[in-house]
Each structure stands twice: as C-alpha cells, then as structure tokens.
Design a protein around this ligand. Structure first.
Ligand code: ATP
Ligand code: MG
Length: 265
C-alpha cells in the first residue's frame, strides 16, 4: 500500500498497489538501461508505458516477471514488490512468479499445437490432467479472451489457422488459463489491423475488472483510450507517471509535453 491517494479517489488515483517498484536500476553488461525507476502500479487497472524507441519500456516490463534473467550479462538492482514480496529476491520461485505475472508479446506466438492445446498446455505442465477440469479452464479462458464464439467448433484445429488478431486473443487466453494476477502486454496490437486492435482494446477494458494490466504501447492514442495511469519513459528514466488524463492534458515535465504533443519521438 502507499500513501499517494488522498481524499476521494479520482480516476487514475492509486488506492493500493499490486506492484511497487523502487529504485530500480538495470544494466546490460556495461550499459545501463534503467535508472532509479520508482512507481506503484495499482491493482485492477491499466497502466501504460510510453516513450521513444530504446527508452527502456520493454526492459522495465520484463523486470516485472524477471524475464531479463534470461539475458546474459543483465544485472538488476532495486526492488519490485508483488503482493508485498520482493521478486528480485534470489529465493523467488520463477515458475510461480511467471504464473502470477503472465505476458503477451508484440507478435502473436501460439505454440504449434491445436487451439485447445495452446490454452491447456500450461495447466498440464502445472499438473492438471483431469479432462473435464481442463475443458472448463479452456472454455472459460477462451470466453474471457473474447474468442470462444469464433473457435468453439474448431478447438482441435491448428492455432496457426487463426487470423493474427485471433492468435493474439488465443495468447491472451493462454495467459488467463494460468489464473494470473498481473498481465504484461508488450505492444500487443502493433502487428494487428485497426479492427483487431479495437477488439483487443475492448478486451483489455474487460480484463481490467479482474486483472492488473501493464501495457507498453507506441500508440499514444491507445494509451489515452485504454489506460488509467501512464508512465512516460525517456533514456531509461521514468520522467513522469500519473493519471492518464493528467499526463496527456497537463504534463508536469517538459519532455513529456514534447512527446505527447508529437514534437519528438
Ligand atoms: N538484450 C539486450 N542486450 C543489450 N542491450 C539491450 C538488450 N535489450 C535492450 N537493450 C538496450 O536497452 C535499451 C532499452 O531497450 P528496450 O528494448 O527496453 O527499449 P524500448 O523502449 O522497449 O524500445 P522499443 O520501443 O523500440 O521497443 C536500448 O538501448 C536497447 O538497445
Ligand atoms: Mg520494446
């Protein structure tokens, strides 16, 4: 919890944090990519990260489920609290962490399996083998990802036969099947057309009711449309972070103002 919210909560105010990042620095070898990032991500809300290419958005996102651990020479300093526990602690169970904090990437990346198996796979790996239980999880995850109606009669068909937008919703269903608390999205719509993008944005608004969402987007209109809070990053620093309306309409930092007004980036 943190003390940022005072009085009546307004749109975008923080009333408790699902994730609390404090003094986070990150290096790729000798090169520092994040500088002292401190931010609280409220639960059941959408937080957008914006900023020019190379400013550290994906790097910061990957710190939230320790995906950077897989990059050789990457070193992190600082804390990331999830449910009050520091995920950077060496004792963190990474499988459990990545179950709690799911991720959806820029390009839809379904497994080369059937639609059904894409959603069931993580559950099987977690030891759930009972067919009726798996059926229920697959159905509810596909429903929550707004895909069920389009695939219910072809669950055994290959995931690769779906359109790009459907594949991205399948990847969201796959993440949902693990019952995460947080879902990270790294530019989930950049490979999609406007209609598929609209469907994903609609879905994000629905998922916000139950999940904590952090989304990296290059599309400022998208950040303004879907997010409750926005963080503007520049050269590895979080320059500004606040309610989306404020960041876009009344930015406190000069470089944020230039970026959101389209003057650079
Ligand atoms: N695996 C890596 N090894 C070395 N340097 C990296 C690695 N990944 C990212 N970087 C560097 O870290 C900095 C931040 O990169 P990052 O990918 O986080 O930026 P980004 O804001 O997500 O950019 P984009 O909008 O282009 O996706 C960049 O200078 C990038 O070159
Ligand atoms: Mg990126």
């Amino acid at each position: 919890m943190n003390g940022e919210s005072v009085g009546t909560p307004e749109e975008g105010d923080i009333t408790g944090s699902a994730i609390s990042i404090k003094d986070l620095d990150l290096w790729y070898g000798e090169k520092q990519a994040l500088y002292g990032v401190t931010m609280d991500v409220p639960p059941e809300s959408i937080t957008a990260l914006i900023g020019p290419s190379g400013c550290g958005k994906s790097t910061l996102l990957r710190c939230l489920n320790r995906m950077n651990d897989q990059i050789q020479g990457c070193r992190v300093k600082g804390t990331v609290l999830l449910d009050e526990e520091n995920i950077n602690d060496p004792s963190t169970d990474l499988i459990d962490l990545r179950r709690k904090v799911g991720m959806v990437f820029q390009r839809p990346n379904p497994f080369p399996f059937s639609i059904y198996e894409n959603v069931a796979y993580g559950c099987r790996c977690a030891g759930i083998r009972n067919p009726p239980t798996l059926d229920k999880i697959v159905e509810s995850s596909l429903k929550s990802a707004a895909l069920w109606g389009e695939v219910e009669d072809r669950l055994d068909g290959p995931a690769a036969s779906l359109s790009g937008g459907q594949q991205q919703r399948l990847c969201i269903a796959r993440a949902l099947a693990m019952r995460p608390e947080v879902i990270l999205f790294d530019e989930p719509c950049s490979a999609l057309d406007p209609i598929a993008t609209f469907k994903i944005e609609d879905l994000l608004r629905q998922l916000r009711e139950e999940y904590t969402i952090v989304i990296v987007t290059h599309n400022m209109q998208q950040a303004a449309r879907v997010s409750d809070r926005t963080g503007y990053m520049y050269l590895g620093k979080l320059m500004e972070y606040g309610p989306t309306k404020q960041v876009f309409e009344n930015p406190q930092n000069e470089s944020t103002e230039k970026y959101v007004s389209g003057a650079f980036g």
